[in-house]
Design a protein around this ligand. Structure first.
Ligand code: ADP
Ligand code: G6P
Length: 458
């Protein structure tokens, strides 16, 4: 059996909770496979040297964690600047928020080179290497240039936009060429895979030479859609533990006469939070029977606060929630409980279970694991309803959710009203179908499919 080497920018101790789909999914995966997890430690060294960083290796259960520090200049150019100021907005279809004139590309390349240099000595000849997400697109090319001949796979956790959007990045050709240094490239959805296929055919005159095999730039790459999932058994086990049960009971007691709606997100402009709050406002206006009855619990964990667009979204959200609570709230009822924090993972299943409706309404999302967690946490006899954006990768799989266009505020409000009024039999039927899907395509399926495909290429 080959050892699994996972590389990602964000690392998490798999024994501890994390917020963010990548860290949660990789933590679950590595807990069962064991292996090496290499990535940024999260520490920024104020006066360090660009392109350098201390590496620390330690054991966390079955996983060896290899963590590297970044100096301030590298962090600013690679993580804040290029990854989150250019790639994140463009890949989420937001050219308006992308800092395309910035000179951050050299920092992005420098840190990818640094990762390769520090990782090379840790590698064994038959390791399977699995690199994750937009921070590390050129990492395989760097490793190949240093003589690495291992099988290397790449998984993009975020969407891949259409060719016409991608091509707005000045270095788009270099970036996409870098994907051809991998043996296997995985996307979240068929839509992303189609965008990849269109791009390489249009911009690089790629030929398809077999199912999912593309030839361009003198290389061949296998590409496929591998929708990520959650660890359903683990999440349900968490749901039976006392922290989740207490959370469920306390929430139901606190809001005994209310219908509860829930949103759980990183505070990110891709999540469609202002649109969601406006749709909730529309619900209260259009369907006034929900006044003094429906309460939205919105939990948004702080994220990337040193990137301007994130500070802006925070202010917008606070003022929207304040206005609605001011307009509609009363001494005994507040329409929105907005919490700018990360909830302990142990409490999440109880919170989801206590709620009647989940609002998962991103403007664009690679997958969205909150949608799957909400389904896994429900009481099968009396389940809640999932309102899901058609622009989340999860919508390709979770077709029995109430699918909405999050830009359409009245349409979303109408779907929320339908969710609140849905008869028990329909809720049960939809939930059963959704749970079957979430269970079948869980995180172990995702990991198994990707690694089996990677092991079989060449
Ligand atoms: P993203 O990866 O863009 O953050 P996902 O929905 O795919 O979005 O994954 C988010 C993960 O982080 C989920 O496992 C979710 O439970 C967790 N999470 C997100 N926001 C919070 C929060 N405010 N408190 C606790 N956990 C959170
Ligand atoms: C998304 C990205 C991940 C990232 C996570 C949290 O899930 O796909 O790569 O780790 O958000 O963001 P952060 O910037 O805190 O790592």
């Amino acid at each position: 059996m080959s050892r699994l080497v996972v590389v990602s920018n964000r690392l998490a101790d798999p024994r501890k909770p994390a917020a963010g789909g990548l860290a949660v999914a990789l933590g679950e995966t590595l807990k069962s496979t064991g292996g090496l997890w290499f990535g940024w430690s999260g520490a920024v060294v104020k006066d360090g040297t660009p392109g350098e960083g201390e590496l620390r290796v330690h054991q966390a259960g079955p996983v060896t964690l290899a963590e590297i520090d970044l100096c301030q200049e590298d962090h600013d150019a690679y993580y804040r600047g290029y990854a989150n100021g250019v790639l994140w907005p463009v890949f989420h279809y937001r050219l308006d928020l992308a800092n395309l004139e910035s000179g951050y590309l050299s920092g992005y390349r420098r840190v990818n080179h640094l990762f390769a240099r520090k990782l090379m000595p840790l590698l064994k000849p038959d390791d399977l290497i699995w690199i994750h997400d937009y921070h590390l697109i050129p990492l395989a090319a760097e490793l190949r240039a240093m003589g690495c001949d291992n099988r290397i796979g790449f998984f993009l956790h975020i969407p891949l936009p259409p060719q016409q959007i991608l091509a707005a990045i000045p270095s788009h050709e270099w970036l996409m060429r870098a994907l051809f240094a991998y043996d296997l490239v995985g996307f979240q959805s068929e839509a992303d895979l189609l965008n990849f296929s269109h791009y390489v055919k249009a911009e690089a005159t790629a030929e398809t030479i077999g199912a999912g095999q593309f030839r361009a730039f003198n290389s061949t790459v296998q590409a496929g859609a591998f929708p990520i999932g959650i660890d359903v058994n683990e999440f349900q086990r968490l749901g039976r533990a006392h922290e989740a049960v207490d959370t469920y009971e306390n929430t139901r007691t606190e809001y005994s006469r209310r219908r509860l709606l829930i949103g759980v997100d990183r505070l990110d402009y891709s999540k469609g939070l202002p649109q969601r709050i406006r749709a909730f406002n529309e619900l209260l206006r259009e369907y006034p029977e929900n006044q003094h009855s429906a309460t939205l619990l919105q939990v948004a964990s702080p994220s990337r606060e040193d990137v301007d667009a994130y500070a802006d979204i925070q202010h917008e959200l606070e003022s929207l929630c304040g206005a609605i609570n001011g307009n509609y709230g009363d001494f005994d009822w507040m329409p929105i409980r907005y919490i700018h924090r990360t909830v302990a993972r142990k409490r999440l299943p109880g919170l989801y279970r206590a709620c009647d409706v989940a609002l998962v309404t991103p403007l664009r999302d690679g997958m969205n694991l909150v949608a799957k967690e909400f389904i896994a946490a429900q009481d099968e006899a009396d389940p809640g309803v999932l309102v899901l954006s058609r622009f989340a990768g999860a919508a390709e799989q979770l077709t029995q959710a109430l699918l909405v266009n999050p830009y359409d505020i009245p349409g979303t409000a109408q779907a929320i009203q339908r969710a609140l009024q849905m008869p028990l039999a329909e809720r049960q039927a939809r939930h059963a179908a959704l749970l079957e899907n979430v269970r079948k395509y869980d995180v172990h399926w995702w990991c198994g499919q990707f690694l089996q495909t990677l092991a079989a290429v060449r």
